[in-house]
Design a protein around this ligand. Structure first.
Ligand code: SF4
Ligand code: SF4
Length: 172
């Protein structure tokens, strides 16, 4: 989250392109705690794009990255249809007056230099990875479900998980 805000110069405040939430389940002596990193999932069928009344959101043909043109966005005072449409609450808005939508752009500037997104590069545990979906499936498997995440078939978010097993023993 910090690496993302820093790299993209997102000011302190409500907008956070990457969000990490703690998921707690179970009961003592069998608690379950996991962390979910959530940004925009660059869905195959992005409902944000369909919801936008001014075509400010687009999906690139070549790699499927979903982008927002902030110059076209009407601003939250007039419209927040993308936020209402997205089940992952990926569209973000700053604290300024009539903020324009902003969100994860897959670190396009870094891709252009053949570098991984800053969240991937910044994770000390190497818990994140990014790349073409087929490549990620070959490396990490095809699991689309994890505790705390709902996979919506009709939207097809481009994300997969190596979930933490719910019966994983606690470290001593
Ligand atoms: S995660 Fe939300 S904002 Fe991102 S492409 Fe999918 S619907 Fe759009
Ligand atoms: S907030 Fe902006 S990007 Fe989102 S739907 Fe409205 S005009 Fe489009």
């Amino acid at each position: 989250m910090v690496a993302c805000k820093d790299w993209h110069d997102v000011p302190a405040g409500p907008a956070s392109w990457m969000r990490v939430t703690a998921i707690e389940r179970g009961q003592y002596p069998h608690p379950f705690v996991a962390f979910m990193a959530g940004a925009c999932y660059h869905c195959a069928q992005p409902v944000c794009l369909k919801a936008c009344p001014v075509q400010a959101i687009s999906k690139r043909e070549e790699d499927g990255i979903v982008l927002v043109d902030r110059g076209l966005c009407l601003g939250r005072d007039q419209c927040d249809k993308c936020l209402k449409a997205c089940p992952y609450k990926a569209p973000q808005f700053g604290a300024e007056k009539n903020p324009r939508m902003q969100k994860c752009d897959f670190c396009l500037d870094r891709w252009a230099e053949e570098k991984l997104p800053i969240c991937v590069a910044g994770c000390p545990m190497r818990a994140l990875d990014a790349g073409p979906l087929e490549e990620m499936e070959a490396k990490h498997g095809k699991t689309r479900h994890a505790v705390g995440f709902k996979y919506h078939e009709r939207i097809a978010p481009a994300v997969l998980f190596k979930p933490k097993p719910e019966n994983m023993p606690l470290p001593i």
